[in-house]
Design a protein around this ligand. Structure first.
Ligand code: T46
Length: 141
């Protein structure tokens, strides 16, 4: 991740503690309320991202708090708070990005070996999604 600062609202960078000096591999640590600013209620991961044209996300959440990581490979994360937009290349397993409420996000340009990991502060609830971009703009303005 080359970006040092996140310019959009309701986001930010979360850096995990890691040990990358082992000859037998690296170790990255995730701890609720320590390096993750909430109690983790749900974890999901996305793999098999072989379709070069696939775009995931394309929604915002009303209340949900999430941190997104690329634990292997790379992808592009597009963020949009209704005013400011930012593209982030996700490629470091220990660097996460906060997906706070009312933040439109899209994921694309996945490497074949890409694995996305997401930590969430609540269970899945379809009613929390804003899947229509015009509705999103109305809500944030
Ligand atoms: C998000 C981004 C980063 C469930 O039943 N339970 C779950 O916990 C999740 C995450 C999804 N689903 C169902 C809902 C859909 O029928 O799985 C299907 C695919 O979900 P969706 O199209 O929302 O997947 P993405 O990759 O576009 O978005 C996901 C999360 O849903 C979303 O909260 O912020 O990753």
């Amino acid at each position: 991740m080359k970006e040092k600062k996140i310019k959009v609202k309701n986001s930010g960078i979360v850096k995990l503690n890691f040990f990358d000096d082992f000859p037998d591999g690296n170790l990255v640590i995730i701890e609720s309320k320590r390096n993750i600013p909430f109690d983790i209620k749900r974890v999901y991961y996305i793999n098999n991202l072989f379709n070069k044209r696939s775009v995931r996300g394309k929604h915002a959440h009303k209340k949900l708090e999430q941190i997104i990581f690329c634990v292997n490979g790379s992808f592009t994360l597009k963020l949009d708070d209704g005013k400011n937009k930012q593209k982030i290349i996700m490629e470091d397993p220990y660097m996460g990005v906060r997906l706070g409420p009312k933040l439109w996000h899209e994921m694309e340009k996945f490497s074949n070996d890409c694995v996305i990991l997401v930590l969430a502060n609540d269970y899945y609830n379809e009613n929390d999604y804003i899947r229509d971009y015009d509705e999103f703009l109305k809500i944030v303005k």
